[in-house]
Design a protein around this ligand. Structure first.
Ligand SMILES: Cc1ncc(COP(=O)(O)O)c(C=O)c1O
Length: 381
């Protein structure tokens, strides 16, 4: 049977493959989704909206009061934006595709972080473009170096994607690093696509955004998946001060899903209005888990891990002689722990494992006991 070269060339992500193999009793550090319910007020508002007949197509860009509320939530950085700077989408995943569709021509190159969220390179390929990976190295706190970015530029480079806080590394930028990364894009007239879906899961300082920092070719993807623990609801948005970009992206959104979900947009508005501190409450718990898992991992021989300042992942270096990350992850799975091999996030992830600390502290402790035991056996310690 004949299928497109595109379909034939795309493989399922390594994260999903491991997830499908895990037994019921495995301690799950696999998928990146909060183990919390969405705020109660949002669930009630969702039901109410459906009962009130909010079950129709909306305008392509989405519910104006929700878009206005989102724009206002960024007024501390961009005071002049309004609802015309926001387009609702059916998730960050949907937002990413809209953006690439709007800016990538066949053979255009897009600079992407590596290790990466696995959708980035595939999305660029779907749009006919060429993903060019730049390294985010462990020894540099997973923040890219400008020289590495410059080395990968060509006359076909149209955009650079930044993702802070990062999945899978938990890496984050300081304002100074952010400014240097913006300068690089400005100097080379590149679009910045900034994936800030973890902007509300930041621990020891304020979130450092790429919007409102003096460059107008910045397009942000965001999502309520992590912010309000709504991964299964599928709702997110694109925001940019650049109205021309928003016009094209909104047009793409029409052809991808026509619009977002009607009733759900009322529910998210309710969450933003009545449960605005909910993400901070979740964040407090994530911080306690981060401290626990980092302490446990760093106490194991052959394991070194950064203490991340955002998102809910750790990406330790794990050394077992003669074994790659997939083999170590498989051995851990046999020992009752699901995590992701670093290589699932690109070649630069080799030598690492990703643990999502989206389970309770007791489960983290139980899982870490198993990791310690399996690694000691593998290393012959
Ligand atoms: C870095 C990053 N960007 C985007 C997404 C997509 O989120 P969603 O499609 O659930 O909104 C995720 C989800 O894990 C992510 O980790």
């Amino acid at each position: 049977m004949r299928f497109s070269d595109r379909a034939n060339s795309i493989r399922p992500t390594g994260v999903r493959r491991m997830f499908d193999m895990a037994g019921d009793d495995a301690v799950q550090f696999g998928l990146g989704e909060p183990d919390f319910q969405p705020p109660e007020v949002a669930i009630k508002a969702f039901t109410r909206a459906m009962e009130d007949g909010r079950n129709k197509y909306t305008t392509t860009a989405g519910l104006p009061p929700l878009r206005k509320k989102i724009a206002e939530s960024w007024h501390h950085l961009l005071p002049e934006i309004d609802e015309s700077n926001v387009c609702m989408t059916m998730s960050g995943t949907n937002a990413l595709l809209d953006i690439f569709l709007a800016i990538v021509n066949p053979d255009d190159e897009v600079l992407l972080p590596e290790p990466y969220f696995p959708l980035y390179p595939t999305d660029v390929v779907i749009c006919g473009g060429k993903p060019i990976n730049y390294p985010c190295k462990f020894e540099n706190g997973f923040v890219p170096e400008i020289a590495d970015l410059e080395e990968r530029l060509s006359d076909r480079t149209v955009a650079v994607l930044y993702n802070f806080p990062s999945n899978p590394t938990g890496g984050n930028v300081t304002p100074k690093e952010r400014d240097e990364l913006i300068d690089f894009a400005r100097k080379n007239d590149l679009w910045i696509i900034t994936d800030e879906v973890y902007d509300r899961i930041v621990y020891d300082s304020e979130h450092v955004s790429f919007i409102g920092a003096g460059y107008d070719k910045v397009i942000m993807i965001n999502s309520f998946s992590k912010t309000f623990a709504m991964t299964g609801w599928r709702i997110g948005y694109v925001l940019s001060e650049n109205k021309e970009a928003m016009g094209h992206i909104t047009k793409m959104q029409y052809y991808v899903t026509a619009c977002s979900n009607d009733a759900m947009q009322y529910a998210v508005l309710e969450a933003m209005e009545k449960a605005s501190d909910y993400p901070d409450q979740m964040c407090q718990e994530f911080k306690a888990r981060r401290d626990l898992i980092c302490e446990r991992l760093n106490s194991m021989p052959g394991v070194t891990c950064h203490v991340p300042t955002g998102a809910f992942y750790v990406f330790p270096k794990v050394e077992v002689l003669g074994m790659n990350s997939e083999e170590i992850a498989m051995a851990l799975l046999e020992g009752g722990v699901l995590c992701s091999p670093g290589s699932a996030f690109g070649d630069a992830g080799e030598g690492h494992l990703r643990f999502a600390y989206t389970i309770g502290r007791d489960s983290i402790s139980r899982g870490m006991d198993r990791v310690e035991k399996v690694l000691a056996e593998l290393r012959g310690d």
